[in-house]
Write a protein of this length. Structure first.
Length: 233
């Protein structure tokens, strides 16, 4: 009876004991690093035009990184989530470490190309432009993605048909020319004053231009259509 009683007590103690907790992970798994990098790139590319796809490279399975409760992804200074890029994943505590993962951001979208040869200095018309589909990250930086960015502007050089167009290849038509008599309009809190002057340079709509008044004073303002220069106080 005594032996049976001891057995029952032991069984009761074992039944009352809490279940053993699962062992904490011995390291941060490569799959976790890739997931953090991928989610980061998806957030960074959310506003890009076109169909965006993100590909995160492999992580060396031999890496033995300490467990991290909150790994953080980042881009190096000057880098961006565009084309071939590198995403860093780091841990601040309890054991600091940093890993870099090669990644690729692809953007399939529309861009503007010349439908016909464009002559240097000639104003660009909508009919001279064509919308194309392609991998935007493989095209030159500053590629135009909307005809409205180019219509009415002039090309800085002659461009052959089919060439993707960059924004730095065109310039806006000046609304104020150097030496032109312009009307200076000064606006402030509850007042507006106008005067005449001579433009010291040429400027497109919205650009800053200097104007010399009749008394020799030079004032800078914003060029507007119709020979106006707006000075805002």
């Amino acid at each position: 009876m005594a032996a049976m009683k001891r057995t029952l007590i032991t069984f009761a103690l074992l039944a009352a004991a809490p279940a053993a907790l699962p062992a904490a992970p011995a390291r941060t798994e490569p799959a976790v690093l890739r997931q953090v990098a991928e989610q980061f790139l998806q957030v960074q590319t959310a506003g890009l035009p076109g169909k965006v796809s993100v590909s995160v490279g492999a992580v060396d399975p031999r890496l033995n990184l300490a467990p991290c409760p909150a790994p953080e992804a980042f881009l190096m200074p000057g880098a961006r989530a565009w084309g071939k890029t590198t995403v860093g994943v780091r841990c601040a505590a309890p054991s600091p470490w940093t890993v870099y993962i090669q990644s690729q951001v692809s953007v399939l979208g529309s861009y503007v190309a010349a439908a016909v040869p464009l002559v240097q200095g000639q104003a660009i018309e909508a009919g001279q432009l064509a919308m194309m589909q392609g991998e935007l990250t493989a095209l030159p930086a500053g590629i135009a993605t909307d005809k409205a960015q180019l219509v009415g502007r002039t090309s800085n050089l002659s461009i052959s048909a089919g060439t993707p167009l960059r924004l730095d290849q065109v310039k806006a038509k000046p609304v104020v020319l150097q030496g032109q008599l312009v009307k200076l309009v000064s606006k402030g809190n509850g007042f507006s004053v106008s005067a005449e002057g001579k433009a010291a340079g040429s400027a497109a709509e919205g650009q800053v231009v200097a104007v010399r008044t009749g008394n020799g004073q030079q004032i800078s303002g914003i060029a507007r259509a119709g020979g106006l220069v707006e000075v805002v106080f």
